[in-house]
Write a protein that binds this ligand. Structure first.
Ligand code: FAD
Length: 609
């Protein structure tokens, strides 16, 4: 058994967490934001029963608005409502230690367009370029893409406009080197980011969450927001054709640490009445049954084996509840799962998968040792790669690389895998840059079940076969691919498009500094040892969801707003029921929660009068 990660110590009172370096030794542990929230369990648990009924007009309710889900989208919506002095109840199936949902675990990458960080890195970006990229990536092609398309345009305008300033005002800061995710590799009007746009929040996911959590908790202290943890909504109630509240199960208390699976045993029932309900319950990535059920036809059969990139509470159960209340779900078959998943050696949630964020140089082989086709290089086209993998008859693929490549090109997604950035420690970030292979990556090389390190290629291939338990790889096939690729390094020009792309990437200062290794031969002993990584499909994001208009009002099958019902965040496909279309440019999910949560909060506040 791997040692239990220590970085999130047992939940104490209601500080958000002491985030600790789970890969370094304990003495180096760095508390991140032991927040100054000084929250007492009393504020958090402040029972709604203590609130006098709210009378606005004729109706007496428990709150103006009920929000389902205390993730980022729910908290942003709650902050907007509290600013207008509306009373809000946030209902959350997990316990208080999970406040913030997935955002806490996220890497905190944000899609920004024409930012000061980009300009300092000499990147020329613009709204027009970003919109072209977004539309080429989304490839909207359905009648129900009407609202998703409008959301996409509005979101790109937000990312190119007020987003950065609005977030900076709330205390967000960004790492100066902008990352280049989903590079595409197609023609200019096709999929992918033409330029780097992935801005890493200083403090990673917790850094994105903190300002909104703080504001919501301060509003709770003021009596504007009440939290109902361990309350699981099973019904959205209606009267006179309008949504008037929620009902569900009260779950038994849980001391499960943040992110771990908690009990679903019910100890009672509850009902809450409000003028409006905002569904901010996240996606379906933690529920493999739902993922398989909705698996896109264009990707063939769903994989037999997938690992899980989100906590178990991302269970999608609330989507059917919203549907039963009259909301229309669209684009259910659009999902954003990754193809570079490795099993976490120190799992927090069941089947915990970590995504490798790869630079472009690893050689990508299918299960039989054949190179993936152009332009399916690491970090180029997630969906295209997944589609190709589904044609190979196997669920896994391989990266083959060198120590030199892993040192510069492997990053791991998730706040806990980046203790230096999460801890906002320049000292640690500089130490990482100097140390070569980052500590968390080294830990995977030593303890991760998917990693193999060997000096000689025959030994590497033998162990790759042993890991799968079948001799799927033939040494000759693998060697031929590697030697052919290595010959392309001899000249400063090449016909191999991956080598061309690696050289092209190094023309971007950020890539040359920290992301792309100098091109070299994989079989050069000086670059070794050789490393093979078995890559699994990991479930993560849900791109479709509840159809909404630009005010985040949930729409019914007739295209009319369901009175009193709103949806935001991943539950709403990040806005409109699928603003990403088929694919994402990355860093667009947290921002999508913020943008759609804000819209929902503002519109519900207005409607509540
Ligand atoms: C490891 C990791 C890395 C990521 N990195 C990035 C990144 O760098 N950039 C980016 O843009 N995105 C990233 N993401 C994605 C992003 O974090 C999520 O898409 C986003 O946080 C979803 O927020 P949400 O509020 O919509 O839903 P969630 O965070 O899932 O919150 C929903 C909440 O609703 C609750 N809930 C669900 N059903 C019910 C019910 N019936 N009753 C009561 N409560 C219920 C859940 O328990 C949960 O707490 C990452 C995600 C992960 C896991």
């Amino acid at each position: 058994m791997p040692e239990r990660p220590r970085w999130i110590p047992a939940y104490a009172g209601m500080t958000l967490a002491g985030v600790r370096n789970r890969v370094g030794n304990e003495d180096e542990a760095v508390p991140v934001f032991v927040t100054a929230l000084s929250l007492t369990a009393g504020i958090i648990a402040s029972p709604v029963e203590d609130w006098p009924p709210i009378v606005r007009g004729e109706a007496a309710t428990d709150a103006d608005v009920v929000i389902v889900g205390a993730g980022l989208a729910g908290l942003v919506a709650a902050c907007e409502l509290a600013e207008t002095r509306k009373k809000v109840v946030i209902v959350e199936q997990e316990a208080e230690q999970s406040l913030g949902g997935q955002s806490f675990w996220s890497l905190g990458g944000l899609f920004l367009v024409d930012s000061p960080e980009q300009r300092r890195m000499r990147i020329r970006d613009s709204f027009d370029l970003a919109l072209e990229d977004w539309m080429g990536t989304a490839a909207f092609d359905r009648a129900e893409d009407y609202w998703p398309r409008l959301w996409a345009e509005a979101y790109v305008a937000f990312a190119a406009g007020e987003k950065r300033a609005w977030l900076a005002e709330r205390g967000l800061r960004f790492f100066p080197v902008v990352g280049w995710a989903e590079r595409g590799g197609h023609n200019a009007v096709g999929h992918g980011n033409s330029v780097p746009r992935f801005h890493l929040t200083w403090g990673t996911g917790p850094g994105v969450l903190e300002p909104f959590a703080k504001r919501a908790l301060a509003a709770a202290a003021e009596g504007l927001i009440a939290f109902r943890f361990r309350h699981r909504v099973t019904e959205i109630t209606r009267s006179g054709g309008a949504v008037d509240g929620v009902a569900g199960d009260i779950l038994e208390p849980s001391a499960a640490p943040r992110g771990e699976k908690s009990s679903r045993a019910a100890v009672g029932r509850f009902a809450l009445h409000a003028q409006a309900v905002i569904v901010a319950s996240g996606g379906i990535g933690g529920n493999h049954d739902l993922v398989r059920q909705n698996w896109p036809k264009s990707l063939g059969e769903p994989p037999k084996r997938m690992i899980t990139g989100v906590p178990a509470y991302v269970d999608g159960s609330m989507l059917a509840v919203a549907e039963a209340a009259g909301a229309r779900l669209i684009n259910r078959d659009r999902m954003w799962h990754y193809v570079e998943g490795v099993k976490n050696w120190a799992p927090i949630w069941p089947d915990h998968a970590i995504r490798i964020l790869p630079g472009p140089s690893s050689l990508w082989l299918d299960a039989r040792g054949r190179r993936l086709p152009v332009p399916l290089y690491p970090g180029f086209d997630t969906l295209g790669t997944l589609r190709h993998i589904r044609t190979t008859g196997y669920d896994h693929t391989w990266f083959v690389l060198t120590r030199k490549i892993i040192a510069k090109e492997f990053a791991l997604s998730g706040s806990e895998q980046n203790p230096d950035f999460t801890a906002t420690s320049w000292r640690q970030v500089i130490a990482r840059a100097r140390a070569g292979t980052p500590g968390p990556v080294k830990a995977f090389m030593e303890k991760g079940e998917d990693f193999i390190v060997e000096r000689e290629l025959p030994d590497l291939v033998r162990r790759m076969n042993a890991l799968i338990g079948e001799p799927l790889l033939d040494l000759k096939t693998v060697e031929r691919e590697i030697r052919a690729r290595d010959r392309q390094i001899d000249n400063p020009f090449a016909k191999d498009m991956q080598i061309v792309a690696m050289r092209g990437a190094r023309a971007y200062l950020g890539d040359r500094l920290i992301r792309v290794a100098p091109p070299h031969k994989l079989l050069d002993p000086k670059a070794g040892p050789l490393i093979a990584v078995r890559l699994n499909i990991l479930t993560r994001k849900t791109l479709g969801g509840i159809e909404t208009d630009l005010d985040s009002r949930a729409l019914g099958p007739d295209g009319q707003a369901v009175p009193g019902l709103y949806a935001a965040g991943e539950a709403a496909g990040f806005g409109g029921g699928g603003m990403h279309g088929y694919r994402a440019l990355e860093g667009t999910f947290l921002g999508g929660c913020i943008f759609s949560g804000r819209a929902a909060g503002r519109a519900a506040a207005k409607a509540a009068g």
